[in-house]
Design a protein around this ligand. Structure first.
Ligand code: BJW
Length: 238
């Protein structure tokens, strides 16, 4: 039998052991705000200074040399380099730890955008951005101020790469969900959509909201579960 076409979905839990906070765990609040209060176009319109501060803090944290891909990101990079069938890595994370583990990989899709990119709502230009952003920062392309925003998918906005995901879902026969609480759609709906078509395995610190929908659910830290899973899959299929 040949290797099954693969989709891997990752969430904040895969980056937790690299030192990045998740959203909905005990330490998931930022300055006492829930992500649902910050990551919306309405929140940005009402208080852009606060929302810029939230993303500036996270962008700065990502630039800290102590924040690096962990054993789970590196194991997935090994899996994707060796997998002998179509494979797509859909991450909900806006950090760049998968990118650093598998630089330039066409298999990686950032469903919710990227912390290291911004976009101008005046001229539409998107670009890489490493420093802070404020309501006074002029757009490097059109020079208009006050219209730059993080290139992030907020609640109510359309996630990235949906056509590509739909195509991959149609052929998918193996689905891994790693480090996500299964509370945010459309990613939370992938497991149900693949019912009866793909083997679905969850790897998470604790059972997610949709845990019962998986064929198998393994609990533990991603840096232990993911390398073990990758070794199993490569031994079986590659
Ligand atoms: C470990 C670990 C370790 C810890 N090892 N594991 C009602 C019903 C259905 C849908 C909706 C609804 N009302 C509104 C909606 C839609 C809405 C939605 O889902 N809302 C929910 C709150 C219900 N979704 C949207 O608006 C999305 N857009 C959309 O639907 O557009 C319409 C459309 C769809 C399809 C086609 C066309 C149009 C957009 C969602 C945008 C989400 N954005 C955020 C913030 C921006 C990014 C950022 O700032 O970083 O993305 S929200 C936040 O949640 C972030 C994450 O990517 C996302 C998911 O969180 P994640 O990754 O699961 O993190 P946690 O913290 O929740 O879980 C971590 C897990 O890891 C935990 O389980 C831990 O146990 C585990 N863990 N340590 C392994 N070491």
């Amino acid at each position: 039998m040949s290797a099954p076409p693969l989709i891997v979905l990752t969430g904040a839990g895969i980056s937790a052991e690299s030192g990045l906070a998740t959203f909905r765990d005990k330490n998931g609040l930022w300055e006492r705000h829930r992500v649902e209060e910050l990551a919306t176009p309405e929140a940005f319109a009402a208080d852009p200074v606060l929302v810029h501060r939230f993303y500036n803090a996270r962008r700065a944290q990502l630039a800290d040399p102590a924040i690096r891909p962990n054993a789970a990101h590196l194991a997935l990079a090994r899996l994707f380099a060796a997998w002998p069938a179509p494979a797509l890595l859909v991450t909900q994370n806006v950090d760049d730890l998968h990118d650093r583990a598998m630089p330039g990989s066409p298999a990686l899709l950032h469903l919710h955008g990227e912390l290291g990119r911004i976009r101008c709502t005046a001229c539409g230009r998107q670009q890489a951005w490493r420093g802070d952003l404020s309501v006074e920062t002029p757009c490097p392309a059109c020079a208009v101020t006050g219209r730059l925003r993080p290139d992030i998918v907020w609640f109510g906005e359309t996630p990235r790469g949906l056509a590509r995901i739909e195509q991959a879902m149609a052929g998918c026969r193996l689905f891994l969900s790693i480090g996500t609480s299964g509370q945010v759609y459309p990613a939370a709906g992938f497991v149900a959509a693949l019912r009866g078509r793909a083997e679905r395995i969850e790897l998470n610190l604790e059972p997610s909201l949709g845990s019962h929908l998986f064929d198998e659910s393994r609990q533990g830290p991603a840096t232990a579960l993911v390398p073990a899973m990758v070794e199993e899959l490569l031994a079986r299929w590659a």
